[in-house]
Design a binder for this molecule. Structure first.
Ligand SMILES: CCCCC/C=C\C/C=C\C/C=C\C/C=C\C/C=C/C=C/C(=O)SCCNC(=O)CCNC(=O)[C@H](O)C(C)(C)COP(=O)(O)OP(=O)(O)OC[C@H]1O[C@@H](n2cnc3c(N)ncnc32)[C@H](O)[C@@H]1OP(=O)(O)O
Ligand SMILES: Cc1cc2nc3c(=O)[nH]c(=O)nc-3n(C[C@H](O)[C@H](O)[C@H](O)COP(=O)(O)OP(=O)(O)OC[C@H]3O[C@@H](n4cnc5c(N)ncnc54)[C@H](O)[C@@H]3O)c2cc1C
Length: 674
């Protein structure tokens, strides 16, 4: 596949797809990056970071032992950290952690096929210092953390409790005599469990513990705790720390356990922005809202939406390019084998992945802007927007992670056997994304948090009180009766809100009927939770549909007609896909007729055909470099079979023609001498 100058040629099918694409790919890249200037900056950063030879592993990571994998990940993390420190800060100092942090995140994937043991340091330790420390504490910890003298993680979850934070058992008891806190793990179930980087890498961590002072418990609070010696890296006396062992994914993240035996830390190591302990042990609460110490979790939930959108874009790029290269079976006897992308069922599997990646990215951008507004409000002492934002970020985190994980697995299915190869990168992308459904708040638990807010909002609507923006639709659909059906995009979004309102109303009725039978409110709630999760899902789906549709229209106002057309096709496809997926709900809560359902299906199939010629262009527009995709099936040039063979030959088992186990076991077995 090389021409006579040694330049590798692009697979002919892929080249033809690109030639036939109806739009200028760069235009959509600019839209997704938030403008041409952002694309230029991203590409500049990628160009000077991704040329490094440290990117090429002679032996694929997945062929290494767990210990070697970890060591390689630490090596690369340090080189990556140095790169960030030395070079990337030129792109705006601390700002690098602002606008360009998504670029950093993308580049990190070229360094680590799995996870960096330092992810939690940059992803949670530093943000928690920013969010939970006083200015004075920040000036002490931030420079040390950013220069990587102090390397930290976030240790909240324990063996016995992850979801129920109020049930955490680790204690931090204040001793006014020495002005110290005494950290203690009273039981096995109180051992910290899961924190990334804790096992072997970090020397500090943020520990969430029950604060006791003057004989009273004041609930969970965060503390900065040094756990290892800065010179020798040995665990300090009173600290029991280790790694938790192999997992479905995250295998280079050295997730760890941690226990304390009456371990002492200075008073000022309590993160004191939201609550303080005075020298004499007096507790001073500064958080008027009450849940401000949960701030880091909210921040990460916001980040995760973008994270899974990007990972879905990677999986879609791999699967669509592969489907343009792969030929299989025949449509009519004797005809040449078609590209598998020409099977309508394949289009059904894949185009929703492209549309969902767009939907989640645009929703994530919108969520980030909303979050910035909430942060500004909090800075001015206003916390009124927090309940709505908690409800919104909880459901968007739950639905985006769940959708992305399912669709990434669908991408793997769509690549047949080769999708099962580690070298396709689809298994690693999946194992990473499926964890996002659990960490930072389990799917069901977070949807039930949203449901709590929705039920309250419904009661407010009943009482004629004003509603906050994301639930204002409840006023419109408050009266019983089916939502009128209209098959335009706007009509489908309205129907989605109508379904959500109908489901919330049904939950309210169920809870009230159960209470009427003599049950407590808590028991009635508990018996209704299946419906409550479905109602929160419907609410979230309506929000995503609404934001995706309106943001896509807004973003493409000045686009070329062809870009506008293909972006419109994708949003319409997304809306039709979900209308058909939730057709039972629409039949129950809207005036959709059987003929409308037939028309929805027909339109959906027409959209698949319309998008087909642009499919490769659409994934090219994600503009994910080969070093970041890390995939034999998804590389830009489409040399799928060559890459599969090249990677197979790197397997350590191929280093010698005969493995010693032949002489040790197989031969004796064959000769009846075992
Ligand atoms: C190499 C580096 C590259 C560069 C990297 C740069 C950047 C990368 C950044 C990000 C990358 C993205 C991802 C990677 C990051 C990390 C990876 C992995 C790590 C994972 C870490 C973790 O998982 S940390 C542990 C997280 N744990 C949880 O999420 C626990 C979930 N549980 C809870 O949140 C709560 O316990 C609860 C919400 C379920 C219930 O809380 P509880 O106190 O019991 O409350 P109640 O149910 O009683 O409710 C009381 C009221 O409080 C309201 N409320 C609850 N939470 C909040 C909140 N957060 N904000 C506001 N309000 C809240 C609740 O609604 C109730 O209100 P009402 O009474 O009015 O109804
Ligand atoms: C890869 C990975 C990395 C992680 N990294 C970190 C880290 O760095 N730091 C850290 O502190 N933690 C970390 N965690 C822990 C993570 O935050 C928790 O696992 C997560 O919050 C879920 O809590 P849990 O494990 O206690 O699950 P559980 O709460 O025990 O959930 C088990 C089941 O019970 C259900 N359930 C629980 N409560 C309720 C309820 N009230 N109503 C209905 N159903 C319920 C859940 O839906 C789920 O089906 C990590 C986890 C993973 C998988």
């Amino acid at each position: 596949m090389s021409d006579n100058k040694g330049v590798r040629r692009v697979n002919e099918d892929l080249a033809r797809e690109r030639a036939n694409c109806s739009f200028d790919v760069r235009e959509i890249t600019f839209l997704l990056d938030g403008g041409e200037n952002n694309t230029i900056t991203r590409k500049k950063i990628e160009d000077f970071t991704l040329t490094d030879e440290l990117l090429s592993d002679k032996v694929p990571d997945e062929c290494l032992s767990p210990k070697e994998k970890y060591e390689n990940a630490v090596r690369k993390s340090c080189l990556f950290g140095k790169l960030v420190k030395d070079k990337l800060l030129e792109f705006g100092g601390l700002e690098t952690f602002g606008p360009n942090s998504f670029v950093l995140r993308r580049i990190a994937d070229a360094f680590f096929k799995e996870i960096s043991p330092l992810l939690l340091h940059l992803g949670m330790f530093v943000p928690t210092i920013l969010g939970q420390c006083t200015a004075e504490q920040q000036s002490e910890w931030l420079p040390r953390a950013l220069s990587m003298q102090v390397i930290g993680t976030y240790a909240q979850t324990e063996l016995g409790h992850g979801t129920f934070i109020r049930g955490l058992e680790t204690t931090a008891t204040y001793d006014p005599e020495t002005e110290e806190f005494v950290l203690h793990s009273p039981t096995l179930s109180s051992f910290k469990w899961w924190a990334g980087g804790l096992g072997k890498t970090v020397n500090h961590c943020i520990v969430v513990a029950q604060l006791h002072t003057k004989g009273q418990c004041h609930g969970t609070h965060p503390f900065i705790v040094q756990i290892r010696d800065l010179e020798t890296h040995q665990p300090l006396p009173g600290i029991k720390v280790g790694e938790i062992g192999p997992k479905l994914g995250f295998n280079t993240a050295d997730n760890g356990f941690l226990g304390f035996d009456k371990y002492r830390i200075p008073r000022m190591n309590m993160m004191m922005k939201n609550a303080q302990i005075l020298k004499d042990g007096t507790y001073v609460k500064l958080d008027r809202h009450g849940k401000m110490t949960y701030g880091t979790m909210v921040f990460i939930r916001v980040m995760v939406v973008n994270e899974v959108a990007f990972n879905l874009a990677k999986a879609a790029t791999i699967a669509v390019r592969y489907s343009a290269v792969r030929r299989q079976s025949e449509k009519k006897p004797g005809e040449p084998e078609p590209q598998i992308l020409d099977y309508v069922t394949q289009q059904h599997k894949l185009f929703i992945c492209i549309a969902t990646a767009h939907a989640l990215q645009l929703t994530s951008d919108w969520l980030w802007r909303t979050f910035s507004g909430v942060v500004t409000d909090i800075k001015h002492g206003k916390t009124d927007s927090l309940p709505e934002f908690h409800a919104l970020s909880s459901c968007l985190k739950a639905i985006s992670t769940s959708d992305a994980a399912l669709l990434i697995e669908q991408c793997r299915h769509s690549c047949g056997g080769h999708g099962y190869m580690m070298s396709s990168n689809l298994p690693l992308i999946y194992s990473f994304v499926t964890a996002t459904r659990t960490y930072e708040g389990d799917y069901t638990v977070l949807l039930l948090q949203t449901a709590r807010f929705l039920i309250k909002a419904w009661e407010q609507a009943e009482a004629g009180k004003p509603l906050t923006p994301t639930v204002s639709y409840l006023t419109k659909y408050f009266k019983d009766g089916r939502v009128p059906w209209d098959s335009t995009s706007e009509g489908i979004v309205n129907a989605a809100y109508g379904v959500a309102a109908g489901k919330i109303s049904a939950c309210v009725k169920s809870i009230r009927n159960r209470v009427k039978t003599g049950l407590s409110y808590e028991d009635a709630w508990d018996l209704t939770t299946v419906q409550l999760v479905a109602a929160a899902e419907a609410h979230c789906r309506a929000v995503i549909c609404d934001v995706y549709r309106s943001e896509a229209v807004r973003l493409t106002e000045k686009s070329s007609p062809n870009v506008r057309a293909v972006m419109r096709q994708l949003t319409t496809l997304y809306l039709h896909y979900w209308a058909l997926e939730r057709i039972g709900d629409l039949l129950r809560y809207s005036a959709v007729s059987e003929e409308d359902v037939v028309a929805l299906q027909q339109k959906y199939e027409e959209l698949l055909a319309l998008i087909r010629p642009d499919a490769v262009g659409l994934v090219d527009a994600f503009d994910i470099r080969d070093e970041i995709l890390n995939s034999t099936l998804g590389a830009y040039d489409g040399r799928v079979y060559e890459r599969l063979m090249e990677e197979a030959l790197k397997s350590p088992l191929n280093a010698e023609p005969v493995n010693r186990s032949f002489h040790m076991y197989l031969k004796p077995l064959m000769q009846g001498k075992l």
